[in-house]
Design a protein around this ligand. Structure first.
Ligand code: ATP
Length: 317
């Protein structure tokens, strides 16, 4: 559905993205993840035909984003980071205006506006002025305008930024619903958002792709060791020593103190080696209280830090 090949964009002499390549299949929901300034917005703007690239190729549904930008725009619904909503217009009039701008046939205009209003759950505010809506509802209106024209692809730039926790959950649910019928690219710098919503992740750092994979693969590929978390009631130095002596254990780190003698520990062991039984036995042998023992998944955040650090180390030689 979306193909990007060796895309680069320079602002003057400053490279915003360099040699970016990826493909997104129809129906996939892909997270564009990267710190501020990584090049997420730049890539999205090029894909939506808002801005030309300096070099490289990109196509959406088989149409070239540079030479056939009108065809591409018809197939993409775009939610920019700052949605240009007209605060003095009511929701319905605004969406009708968007339908006109997008060239929706007159006969379909009302039906499409109504459908978008319903999809985004804004029936109750359809006559309200946009300027009087909460940020969460404004974001829903932003999503509704992206749906007008019935595009196959949605490109959403940081759709949850600036929302409160309840609104964030609502918008994520809405995006997941939309993902049942659309191909979606969503940019974010919030890591859990990607693992919650996306099947695939493209990680950008300083204008370059550092990884493209499924969220699951990425986590397991980068996981170089297994990690166990324990909470033990016992003398801290002795506990650490005993846990370190368990075969296969690579390191023990003391985490927070819960109370007097109770501490939490993080134990890293060789990948694929399950040391939980031995850790429990070591604790029992010393008659310490074992209050908790569980494996810890490496978070996407750990993966991200690892990838970016590795990349920086390579760049610095
Ligand atoms: N119009 C512009 N003129 C000059 N430099 C720009 C312009 N727009 C972006 N840049 C630079 O290009 C790089 C990539 O920016 P971009 O906005 O694409 O990143 P981003 O990943 O979307 O970041 P953010 O999360 O902060 O929006 C940054 O270094 C930025 O300063």
């Amino acid at each position: 559905m979306i193909h990007v090949e060796n895309l680069s964009k320079f602002y003057g002499a400053i490279p915003a993205i360099q040699e970016v390549s990826f493909s997104i299949q129809q129906g996939e929901i892909t997270g564009f993840l990267g710190p501020n300034g990584a090049g997420k917005t730049t890539t999205m703007r090029i894909l939506t035909g808002f801005m030309p690239a300096t070099s490289g190729k990109a196509s959406v549904a088989g149409f070239d984003v540079f030479n056939q930008s009108l065809e591409v725009r018809k197939r993409i619904g775009y939610l920019p980071e700052d949605v240009p909503l007209y605060r003095d217009m009511d929701v319905t009039s605004f969406l009708q205006f968007v339908a006109e701008v997008k060239g929706v046939a007159k006969a379909q205009k009302t039906a499409q506006v109504d459908a978008a209003i319903e999809r985004c759950g804004i029936q109750g505010v359809r006559r309200r002025l946009i300027g009087h809506l909460s940020k969460g509802f404004r974001q829903r209106v932003g999503l509704a305008q992206a749906l007008i024209g019935e595009p196959d692809v949605l490109i959403l730039d940081e759709p949850t930024t600036g929302l409160d926790p309840a609104q964030i959950i609502e918008i994520r649910e809405l995006i997941k619903e939309l993902a049942k019928e659309k191909t979606i690219i969503l940019s974010t710098h919030i890591l859990p958002e990607v693992s919650m919503i996306c099947q695939k992740v493209i990680i950008l750092n300083r204008g370059k792709i550092v990884a493209v994979d499924t969220t699951e693969n990425l986590t397991s590929r980068m996981q170089k060791s297994s990690r166990v978390l324990m909470e033990v009631d016992g003398p801290v130095d002795d506990v650490q020593k005993a846990l370190r002596e368990v075969p296969g254990v690579l390191g023990v780190e003391q985490l927070e103190q819960i109370s007097d003698q109770i501490f939490r520990y993080q134990i890293d062991s060789e990948k694929d080696q399950d040391v939980r039984r031995q850790l429990a036995a070591a604790t029992a042998n010393h008659h310490w209280g074992l209050l908790e023992l569980r494996t810890a998944e490496m978070s996407l955040e750990d993966v991200f830090v690892q990838l970016v650090t590795e990349e920086q180390a390579i760049a610095e030689g």
